[in-house]
Design a protein around this ligand. Structure first.
Ligand code: AMP
Length: 421
């Protein structure tokens, strides 16, 4: 497989799919450039080799063609500043202007295309169908957009000699610029960008080539959104720590009294099945034994420590108790590979952040001791940042949905398009 480090971009034009879907304020200024920064190593490598770049991205979810608030022109100053070179702009990714500007790029120059999702062809889903469209009309619209998508993809590919995918955040989408475009480049001329490569390497270090013992910490609010992950991890980990709101469904399934704690009653049987499967396959599933219970869901709630199975009526468990923290921290510190997805409590409120903080500290300690640790999937990233421990773990993923699907064991179209699996 071709890699970005081995490829010499001198005199080549690279179409680089990035994820510049950054948050903007009311004045349409970038408020958090993390995603732009994340793509800089790839962009800089191409420029320093003497290549030129055509940047493709989406921003937001435009559903009806061009809309000013979703225009990538708003982020142009930030991209230029961070990259350290002026960036040209084509205000229509398909127009004559885009083709001309791409063709005229000289080594060291950069062109950014307008939001790819201004065209329905990017996602390949029909737009503007009336609510009472018949099944035949829907099928015809689908067929039509798929045909148009081929033309769109071919045209994007025609701008460049090389395709680089650095948009891990959209790797789970089979869109024109994230996957389909790869078809138009031979194996030597398509590759992951550095961010994408790092993300893939980090996940595979946990799922495929992990050093034992392997510990996964799965938390957050709902069992239902994590069930596929848990099932996939059951064949790969030694220890599975179940924390956060979802742990109470397990507690109730085992006959615990959980008061007003979060619970998915339709998941009780499944929770017991997972525990039974853990016993059968030798996975050490660890549930909390105590919790910080609150009399309301609020930052200023009254609290008490109680057993996870004996929460008083009217109270709800919002964080791990001290005994659970101790047990779980020990397991984490003795691990050689650690995956953390989903907070251990309502860490957004300081009163209920101690559990997540303690687990984050244990992960940092294990990492200092040589373990590989991957943190990812939305709120656990926010938690590790809140505790200022992001630089004390091995890898913090930038991917939300893409990371979750990867850990679920699914094939991601953006990855498959480049390496074939
Ligand atoms: P998820 O999006 O499913 O990963 O869930 C993340 C959310 O779960 C965070 O906003 C946490 O505040 C919340 N959470 C964690 N523990 C609990 C709990 N014990 N009760 C209610 N919400 C929780």
């Amino acid at each position: 497989m071709q890699t970005i480090d081995n490829f010499n971009f001198a005199g080549k034009k690279a179409f680089v799919r990035v994820d510049f879907n950054v948050p903007l304020n009311d004045q349409l200024q970038v408020t958090d450039p993390t995603r732009i920064r994340a793509a800089l190593p790839t962009l800089k490598k191409i420029l320093s080799d003497g290549g030129s770049i055509i940047i493709g991205s989406h921003l937001g979810r435009p559903k009806n063609g061009p809309e000013d608030k979703f225009s990538l022109k708003h982020i142009l100053p930030t991209v230029s500043e961070l990259l350290g070179v002026p960036v040209q702009f084509a205000d229509d990714c398909m127009g004559e202007d885009a083709a001309k500007k791409a063709a005229a790029l000289k080594p060291g120059e950069v062109l950014m295309l307008e939001n790819l999702r201004f065209y329905a062809e990017e996602e390949g889903k029909p737009r503007g169908l009336s609510a009472d469209a018949t099944e035949e009309e829907k099928a015809a619209a689908k067929k039509e957009i798929k045909e148009k998508q081929k033309e769109f993809t071919k045209r994007l590919a025609s701008y460049a000699d090389v395709y680089v995918n650095d948009a891990f955040g959209t790797a789970h989408r089979a869109h024109a610029s994230t996957a389909l475009i790869a078809e138009y480049f031979d194996a030597d001329h398509k590759m992951f960008g550095k961010l994408m490569q790092n993300e893939v390497d980090a996940v595979e270090k946990v799922l495929k080539t992990a050093k034992k013992p392997v510990t996964a910490i799965i938390g957050g609010s709902k069992v239902s959104t994590k069930i596929t992950i848990i099932k996939n991890l059951m064949t790969k980990v030694d220890n599975l720590l179940i924390v956060g709101g979802m742990a109470f469904t397990f507690s109730k399934a085992q006959g615990g009294k959980i008061g007003n704690s979060l619970c998915e009653d339709d998941m009780l049987d499944l929770a017991n099945e997972i525990l039974a499967e853990g016993k059968k396959s030798g996975v050490n599933i660890i549930l909390p034994t105590d919790c910080v219970a609150a009399d309301k869901f609020a930052a200023d709630a009254n609290t008490q420590i109680c057993s996870d199975k004996e929460i008083p009526d009217g109270w709800m468990g919002l964080d791990l108790g001290p005994e659970s923290i101790k047990t779980m921290s020990e397991v984490i510190k003795n691990s050689k590979t650690i995956l953390w997805n989903g907070p251990a409590g309502v860490f957004e409120f300081d009163k209920f952040a101690a559990g997540s903080k303690a687990l984050a500290e244990a992960i940092a300690a294990a990492t200092a001791n040589g373990a590989f640790s991957l943190i990812g999937g939305g709120d656990s990233v926010a938690a590790i940042n809140k505790f200022n421990l992001a630089d004390k773990v091995s890898y913090v993923s930038t991917g939300g949905g893409a990371l979750l699907e990867f850990i679920e064991g699914k094939e991601l179209p953006g990855i498959k398009a480049i390496r074939g699996y």
